[in-house]
Design a binder for this molecule. Structure first.
Ligand code: MG
Length: 254
């Protein structure tokens, strides 16, 4: 086994499942922390702030600082600031994304934005979608925090942020820019901020199309855990393969 220094975890399906911790993952994270290896949490969920995610992890017995949590909301706000400077932004989304924009001092407006940013919004309305469509037709850039079309729940699939971004993109005939996994932007940010080599980083997740592809596109090793939504048999049929397969993280030795 190579010597990894930075272990980047997906959350749902990898560290916990819905409202329950995955004990083998929690134990593995404790082992990493005892060995003073670096742990990061990389999530496409833009609705929660890093402090809310930290609270969730705490309930599952994991101590993490906010600096170890990379959400698509945070990365989107940093990206807008770097690429668009003093742009005004129309935001569709919840707490996490709004807080991230406030922290980067990016102005949020309802009229005449330069950029439309879409994150998951459980109070989305026809009016909000129309506003986004009109702004994009007037030249605003279209950014989605993540491109997940659906996400699994106990009762079945719920619509994901990507389904609403796709709607706006199709109405306006414009290609959106996506920030969350499988885009490698979040891993690139961890690498830049901490100075790791790609060979020192490991991406761990249950979802091939987001987590594993994110690691592959970034260029680091990947672990598929069989504790979540996408089962190993399905992943084995993909052309680009993860570096390791484990049933759960008790099988991964460091
Ligand atoms: Mg997952």
């Amino acid at each position: 086994m190579k010597q990894y220094r930075a272990f980047c975890f997906d959350l749902d399906g990898t560290v916990y499942r819905g409202k329950e911790a995955i004990p083998t993952a929690v134990k593995f994270i404790h082992q990493l922390q005892e060995k003073k290896l670096d742990v990061f949490f990389v999530t496409n969920n833009s609705s929660k702030t890093p402090s809310q995610i930290r609270e969730t992890l705490k309930q599952f017995g994991i101590d993490a600082s906010e600096k170890q949590i990379y959400s698509s909301a945070l990365v989107t706000a940093k990206y807008v600031k770097e690429r668009f400077g003093q742009a005004k932004v129309y935001v569709i989304g919840q707490d996490g994304i709004r807080r991230a924009f406030q922290e980067q001092n990016i102005g949020m407006v309802e009229e005449k934005p330069d950029v439309v940013v879409m994150g998951i919004d459980r109070m989305i309305t026809y009016e909000k979608l129309t506003k986004a469509c009109l702004a994009v037709q007037n030249g605003a850039a279209l950014i989605g925090t993540n491109e997940d079309i659906r996400f699994p729940t106990e009762e079945g699939f719920h619509p994901g942020n990507g389904s609403f971004v796709k709607l706006v993109s199709q109405v306006c005939n414009v290609e959106p820019i996506f920030m969350g996994k499988p885009s490698p932007v979040m891993l690139e940010m961890i690498q830049q901020e901490y100075g790791y080599g790609k060979e020192e980083m490991l991406m761990i997740g249950d979802n091939y199309d987001t987590d594993i592809l994110c690691g592959i596109r970034f260029g680091c090793d990947t672990v598929h855990v069989n504790t979540g939504v996408v089962k190993a048999e399905a992943v084995k049929e993909k052309e680009l393969q993860p570096t390791y397969y484990v049933e759960d993280l008790s099988e991964f030795h460091i």
